[in-house]
Design a protein. Sequence first.
Length: 512
Amino acid sequence: MAADVVLNAGRAQLLVEGAPFLILGGEVHNSSASGLEWMEEKVWPVVRQLRLNTLLVPVYWETVEPREGEFHFELVDGVLAQARREGVRLVLLWFGLWKNALSTYAPSWVKQDTKRFFRSELFEQLDFVRSRPGISPCCQAAIDADAKAFAALMAHLKKVDEVQGTVLFLQVENEVGLLGSDRDYSPIAQQWFEADIPREVAANFDCGGNWESAFGGQACSQFMAWCFARALEVIASAGKKEYDIPLYVNAWTIQYDGEYEGSYPTGGPVVENIKMWRLTAPSIAWYSPDIYKNNFAAECRKYALQDNPLFIPEARNSLDAGSNALYAIAQCGAFGFCPFAVEDMLQTSQAFELPGAYQEQGINGRRRDETHAAHYLKEAYGVLDSLKPFLSPQAAVSVQGYIFEDDRRIGMRFCQYRARITCIGVYPHLPLPAGVVIEMAEDEFIIAGILSEVEFLPLCGERSRPEFLSLEEGYFSAGQWHCTRIMNGDEHRVTFTDQYKILRIKLRKDGR
Ligand code: DGJ
């Protein structure tokens, strides 16, 4: 049975073989999956050590179709075999016509034929774009060629993987959009831009005329979003016709307020463009943000929309990855989280092979010592794995999460109590303070976290604080609670210090 993603009371659920599946994963470096030996030596040992349940792995058009019409799937089959041996699921990333707004993974027969596969034309090439512009999203021949290759990949996956379902779903292209210009100025793009907007766009956005009169200051980005969404719909629908599993698109997000189009890839599924993408690319199931910014929580919230299941395919592989995962999953209802270049995490913590700049990254002006990044990701994933039966709306009264990026306190509300959560401190060698509060019943909570303290308070208008009936430390295995310590006396507080841990508490309020 193919994997499916559903939205349930604001929380996204990935269903695998009909049961909820939480992706505690990682994405490999761009080039890792071009060699099976490399995967064997450098990647799978890390997957094992971090106990990842899913790996995000690119499939490269240049290796799938090195000569036009000649398809090779040895690499795909090899990675599939490795994943099955490891008991790990895969998400495949189709590096086709566009990878980070460029066409670097297109086969050389595509790159060389610049007439048949014409490039975008930039208004004025910005100096940070070091490569030739990518292939134009208005180039039908290129879109059709990519769609043919993607369809061949999907047909192959159906043949070799439909029964096992090792591949959960696929990402179509990678961080699409146009860099270096506000829009494409190639002759066809120019013609389309000057023409009246398509009828369905006019009807849905309640406007008319050409792109400029319809969208004013947003004309370039909405036009480019329509061009890329139109192209990806051709590619995605061709693939889905062969094998109907979910497809999503990831976004290089806007990095700072007021950033201009072309400084980030214009036309990609940044939040402002999602309406155009939804309308134009109905085969795409959701849009995912790649979050490398320090305000992880705010970026997550932007994409946790009513109609957009949240999945984080790329985030910094930093000391804060585990805390970010807790927040994305508990507070924003994400169904998965994956740090990018996950195979580097053990190098950073064990071998110190990376330059100092990678070991100590600044966050909001604070220095971070990345030495134990892998340890903390593994611990946070362990907590999430333990708590996963209770993260669905059916299993709990409420699920809330917190992370302290700037503030020092936050409040939460439950049916019978309020809580005040206090940050214990931000330290260079420890993850950002974060946690999960699961309200199991009106007097019963499961709480997990790090570097924070949770105090339960009466509701407004009630006078006395609740008292603990029990406070236990432990973990869940297959949904069964294993108590490792009964906390009382000096330990009678919901306090999390320098390691993630899980507490289960029962409260009593006056009169009950
Ligand atoms: C975002 C891209 O999607 C990834 O493929 C990779 O290039 C990272 N950036 C590198 O930080």
